[in-house]
Design a protein around this ligand. Sequence first.
Ligand SMILES: Cc1cc2nc3c(=O)[nH]c(=O)nc-3n(C[C@H](O)[C@H](O)[C@H](O)COP(=O)(O)O)c2cc1C
Length: 224
Amino acid sequence: MTETMRDRLRRISVFANAGPIDVKESELPENPVPMVAEWILAAHAAGQPEPHAMSLCTVGAGGLPSSRVLLVKDIDSDRLFFATPADSRKGVDIASNPHVAAHFYWPATGRQVRLTGTASGLDRDASERDFAERGRGSRLAAHLHRPGPLPDRRTAHEEFERLDALHADRVPCPPSWTLYAITPAEVEFWQASTDRVHHRVRYLRENPRGTAGDTVWKRELLWP
Ligand SMILES: Cc1cc2nc3c(=O)[nH]c(=O)nc-3n(C[C@H](O)[C@H](O)[C@H](O)COP(=O)(O)O)c2cc1C
């Protein structure tokens, strides 16, 4: 008998790396943001490819959500940073509605982190610094960004070659290139457990408008 898609999906094993890493309540920090950084590094150490890849969900002016994967470029005590053109779909969405949701999943450690918060673009200096730290290929690729459809693949390759020759010495930062910061208001950590009694810990920012220095987080465990 032919196996259906339903059968195939249901036979795929999950949470192969559940536990033994535990979420110890006594060791939970006051501030969840540095813990996101620690979980990225733990996933990297456990062999997770691209552990800093994060899905980002934005909401457009029409109220419709859209998500995509981005690389997190830095994390400080209060914010996560990523870079993208301001005239991309996500950039346009954020300009009209700064509320975002973001998400990481690391099969290598059986963990996920989800967060909601607000995103805002940083100034030109910060964006240009981010751009300058990128490899040449990535900098040239940033110049390939255009809103609207691409007629065919060849056009993109030819444009890449043209840009490569044009910027032989130095690739300038495109005016739309922007470093964004997400300031989380809510962060939830999830750790798979072999006994299926998975761990969930939610942090809620008590003072949404507070700055990093005076932020107070409320922490609570959630049912699995
Ligand atoms: C692993 C991975 C990493 C990515 N990193 C970035 C990134 O850092 N910045 C970016 O603009 N796009 C990145 N992309 C491409 C985005 O997912 C997306 O296709 C692109 O930014 C257009 O998104 P938008 O039309 O929703 O604005 C990445 C894609 C993948 C799969």
